[in-house]
Design a protein around this ligand. Structure first.
Ligand code: RIB
Ligand code: CA
Length: 359
């Protein structure tokens, strides 16, 4: 059950939140909204800086109740990812349980973590000193228990490789058919290049067989690809300056992006960076942020070679001369565009509105 943020975190946000234009009416609305028809989510994460930003956004959003956070290796190894998740939740005073999941791939092979967010996944800024620890129960058991207790209501937000979810499907497919929706930050999208390879995105590339298992399972999946995280969805140096003024929480998020901002600058990119998981979470908590989506069948390539990890989207209603439409289950909603210009300001406003809902 999501708890309200601690006073310290809120004080930090308050300094900025009131200038973010949150009115009293927002507060009462938000406060009222907090306890009614909140959607229940589990966040499954490989806790890098953008995952942490996504967790904070979910915690600030009255539409969703974070039931728990499950962790796996990806950006960093399982231990570090768990610490990063615990530290992030403690910083914002969210009393949400954390569960350890997979540190190997779906096929049993070892995962080599790879981080563009620094060795600790959080900017190497000495931010990570959690007091708490993960629960005894493992991630897959927790996911299945939570689905059983909330049949047809639970949404799973996958911000890393799909290994934990694929494992839960294999362990108890009947239960997992009761998941309401899976949200995935993954794939290059409808038109992007990949970031792990020209055709594959990192989360999918790290465990393509797991991603294939999730897409083929048939539960509704909404995919947010790299393409909608790019362009005006990116966070600029000016955005990070504003965020830094946001007290301890804003400084934590800004500092955690330190290494990836350096990476982009050293690789000739402009003065902005993608916040992939933060953009994906914006689609989860604020569906009106999604301005275009298409119903598809997603086919993830797992054969070794240049196309490993590519996801081919067969769009419903398209007539492919060489492929019969009847073959497919169109269970994938592919996000094709979002209200990019509002991404960062909506993020800050939601953090601000949380203050108003408490003061
Ligand atoms: O490709 C971007 C994704 O890979 C993000 O989820 C980032 O955190 C990494 O996991
Ligand atoms: Ca991630």
């Amino acid at each position: 059950m999501k708890k309200k943020m601690s006073l310290l975190a809120l004080t930090g946000i308050l300094a900025f939140g009131l200038t973010a234009g949150v009115s009293a009416s927002d507060a009462s609305e938000t406060a009222a909204g907090k306890d009614t028809d909140m959607r229940k989510i589990i966040i499954d994460t490989d806790t890098g800086a953008d995952d942490a930003a996504a967790i904070i956004l979910a915690a600030c959003s009255p539409e969703v109740e974070i039931m728990g956070v499950t962790v796996l290796a990806g950006n960093v190894d399982l231990e570090q990812g768990t610490k990063n998740a615990l530290a992030t939740l403690e910083l914002i005073g969210c009393d949400v349980p954390v569960y350890k999941g997979s540190e190997i791939r779906y096929d049993g092979s070892a995962i080599t973590p790879h981080s563009v967010f620094g060795a600790d996944g959080m900017g190497d800024m000495d931010l990570i000193h959690p007091e708490g620890s993960a629960e005894e129960e493992d991630a897959v058991s927790y996911i299945l228990d939570t689905v059983r207790s909330n049949p047809g209501e639970l949404e799973i937000v996958m911000l890393g490789p799909a290994t934990n979810i694929a494992r839960a499907i294999d362990t108890d497919p009947k239960t997992m058919k009761q998941v309401k929706r899976i949200w995935s930050m993954g794939t290059p999208g409808i038109k992007g290049p990949g970031n792990a390879s020209p055709v594959a995105e990192f989360n999918v590339y790290l465990d393509a067989p797991a991603y294939r298992r999730v897409l083929d399972f048939g539960v509704p999946v909404t995919v947010i690809g790299l393409d909608v995280c790019d362009g005006e969805s990116k966070w600029s140096d000016r955005d990070f300056e504003k965020l830094f003024a946001f007290g301890r929480v804003g400084q934590y998020v800004t500092n955690s992006f330190d290494k990836i901002r350096e990476y982009y600058k050293n690789n000739g990119s402009a003065d902005s960076v993608m916040n992939c998981d933060g953009t994906a979470m914006m689609c989860v908590v604020c569906p009106e942020f999604i301005t275009e989506s298409r119903l598809c069948h997603g086919s993830c390539i797992t054969d070794p070679g240049e196309t490993y990890g590519q996801v081919i989207f067969y769009q419903k209603g398209f007539t492919y001369d060489m492929t019969q439409e009847g073959e497919f289950d169109y269970n994938v909603t592919l996000v094709c565009d979002v209200a990019r210009m509002t991404c960062f300001m909506e993020y800050l406003t939601r953090m601000g509105s949380l203050i108003a809902s408490v003061y």
